[in-house]
Design a binder for this molecule. Structure first.
Ligand code: NIG
Ligand code: FE
Length: 405
């Protein structure tokens, strides 16, 4: 295999090089066998590399973007609820009336695996055009053994048929299914005794997630799910403190979870625990924006404590119908107050951390050659511009998988 050499490029490596964004100007990046083989100043490039040369004419390159929290696979849509909310209903009102997550559960149960794959592939292509090379997708709209497994198989299939790497998370503890409305323990038992063993045996997911909330599951219910998941060796993640403070992030940290996500109502004491465990804070500005939330996550305290902050779309039909991770870079900056550099780290190196992936998220020799080439004139332009597409090309494992023509 010969080399591929991207040259005359400004690299936003996101590594700790001492310069903002880990910037290397007038650089070159050399790829071989799907990995970054060499990276540095063009003038320092060893002469022995030969192969295809791609002159980037001063464009900027970032690591491939990583969307570390999505619910991309689902049946139907929730446009009617969007309209209801704008007529005064709240997200909780709709959920309590049997809509919300449960309405997507009905549509997802009614869909075949192939239908789920083809509807979500369209959405995945939108995200890919926007620079996403790795995505996490959760189950959680099946809520019974058959349909949770169907969703996770659909995730596997998406991974196989797309150029994007797809990481699966099991979210059986997303909502209480209607069949169990007066038997909460029965459903937790079903997750623990039937779902987890099957997901583990068929290797259908690497992580287990839950929704710890008044309209989801309680602290002690999630504690049971996490204890069982740990036994099988799953990584853990948690939807925590989105609508109220129930100490979910503290629970996640106690279990050494990879991430706690949402966090608008995060307390200082949960943050203490996250800081100790190294749990990543995943920020989801699309859900905040869609639900017209007013309580901001405590960015200043997270920053002060050096808790890594990731940013994701939370792409789902209810609280975040978002198909652009690039737009989340903007919202994380403009609405949440992250610096443009923090926001870019949120969709690259810290998103990799939130998924427990150490082979991507930075431009660095030895890591995957997943990159995005951007038609911008300053790194902060990635956060600054709303709409339009400055993507020139998306590169996965060294191959151009999308070219903006
Ligand atoms: O991350 N909060 C729970 N889960 C999703 C919403 C899912 C839905 O409304 O369908 C979220 O916001
Ligand atoms: Fe979510």
């Amino acid at each position: 295999m010969s080399y591929k050499i991207w040259t005359d490029v400004n690299l936003l490596t996101m590594s700790d090089t001492g310069s903002a964004y880990g910037l290397i100007n007038e650089a070159a990046l050399v790829e071989k066998d799907g990995l970054i083989n060499w990276i540095g100043n063009k003038a320092d490039m060893p002469v022995h590399f030969n192969g295809e040369i791609i002159n980037c004419s001063g464009a900027y390159m970032t690591p491939g973007l990583i969307d570390c929290h999505t619910h991309l696979i689902y049946g139907g849509n929730r446009i009617n609820e969007f309209e209801k909310r704008l007529n005064g209903a709240t997200y909780e009102d709709i959920a309590n009336a049997g809509g919300g997550i449960l309405s997507t559960v009905r549509a997802t149960r009614a869909a075949t695996e192939d239908e789920l794959v083809s509807s979500s592939l369209k959405r995945l292509r939108q995200l890919e055009k926007d620079g996403v090379t790795t995505i996490e997708i959760k189950s959680g709209y099946g809520l019974d053994v058959e349909n949770e497994i169907k969703m996770l198989r659909a995730v596997k299939k998406l991974d196989k048929i797309s150029n994007v790497d797809v990481v699966a998370t099991f979210l059986g503890a997303h909502a209480l299914p209607p069949e169990y409305h007066d038997n909460r323990d029965g459903y937790i038992n079903l997750i623990i005794k039937d779902m987890l063993p099957k997901v583990a045996e068929e290797k259908l997911a690497t992580a287990v997630d839950g929704f710890l909330e008044n309209i989801g599951f309680s602290y002690s219910e999630m504690e049971r799910v996490f204890s069982a998941a740990k036994e099988y060796g799953f990584d853990l993640k948690l939807h925590a403190e989105q609508l109220s403070d129930l100490s979910g992030a503290g629970l996640a940290a106690h279990f050494n979870a990879l991430s706690a996500d949402h966090l608008e109502h995060l307390s200082e004491s949960s943050m203490d625990l996250m800081q100790k465990s190294g749990t990543v804070a995943v920020l989801l500005p699309g859900a905040y924006y869609t639900l017209r939330d007013t309580k901001l996550p405590p960015i200043g305290s997270l920053r002060k404590r050096n808790i890594p902050m990731a940013v994701a779309t939370d792409s789902n039909p209810g609280s975040s119908p978002v198909l652009s991770l690039k737009l989340m870079i903007n919202m994380a900056s403009t609405i949440f107050g992250l610096t443009p550099e923090e926001a870019l780290a949120g969709v690259t190196k810290n998103a990799a951390k939130a998924l427990g992936l150490s082979d991507r998220g930075l431009l660095k020799a030895g890591l995957r050659a997943d990159m995005v080439l951007w038609d911008i004139s300053h790194p902060a332009e990635l956060a600054y511009q709303v709409g339009g597409s400055p993507v020139l090309s998306v590169i996965k494992n060294g191959n151009v998988v999308y070219q903006n023509t």
